[in-house]
Design a protein around this ligand. Sequence first.
Ligand SMILES: O=C(O)CCC(=O)C(=O)O
Length: 289
Amino acid sequence: MLSDSQIATFEEEGCLVIEDLFTEEDLRPVKDEFNTVVEGEARRLYEAGRIGALYEDEPFERRLAKVAAEAPEAAAALQTRTHKGEALFQFMKHPKILDRVESLVGPDILCHPSYNIHPRLPDGYTSSHQDAGYYLPDGDETLILACLIPLVDTTLENGCLWVARRRHKEGVFHHFSGEGGLNLLLEDVPESERIPLPTKAGSMVMFSSMLPHGSLVNRTDTIRWSMDLRYQALDQPTGRWYVPGFVARSRSHPELETPNCAAWVAEVERVGREAEQYPERPRSRWTQS
Ligand SMILES: O=C(O)CCC(=O)C(=O)O
């Protein structure tokens, strides 16, 4: 659980860094699962003649960068809600995460539908935004917690996260659609407030969906791997009517917990099919940017 002083820091600053939370053993299953996806993509692209080598001897930090240098589409299999696997699903329910999330959102926890696997490629970065900018306004009153978990050390050179501490109590700022997705205006969140947050592999950064953040540019030739997973109280709106999360923990009704990755996938597909019947219903808060 979080200590009182960690909770106070989170409430005042909108974010909290927890160092040395995960061991290499905790992270191994997800890294292995991501390696398997990279292996599959490398083979597929090699057989299609898109890349000239499989780069099998390259380490986790470098192999996908080598493949993507020849075939930029290589990272798509992992990025942005595409990848769902049993190791990832189990990690999303890791007690080291849920115990800390419970301190902030209570004992019945939804794993929010928005999560990202970030194999941050050379020259890649995340544009400035609040996560809430990507959700519909019904989620604005919900504490939606991002838990960013780096799988490699993140540094000023490889494009670590930056945050604008203490700017999480001002509602949703205007976002415009620009390079890399939604962006904040410099006059709302000036450069001087965008403070880099380098973190070691095995740490976790928890931050509110209202905290302005983004990342520096990855200026190295390696991949800055991280996951950002999100959580909230089970009975609160998510800002995402068209895609469900899953029940990660319910102390009051454990039988509601989503049992495995297959059940999660089935529910995402079911809700997705249902949502197709309402093409006119907004999926973004911004009608124009
Ligand atoms: O790790 C990063 O690049 C930032 C992640 C992020 O901003 C997000 O996915 O909301």
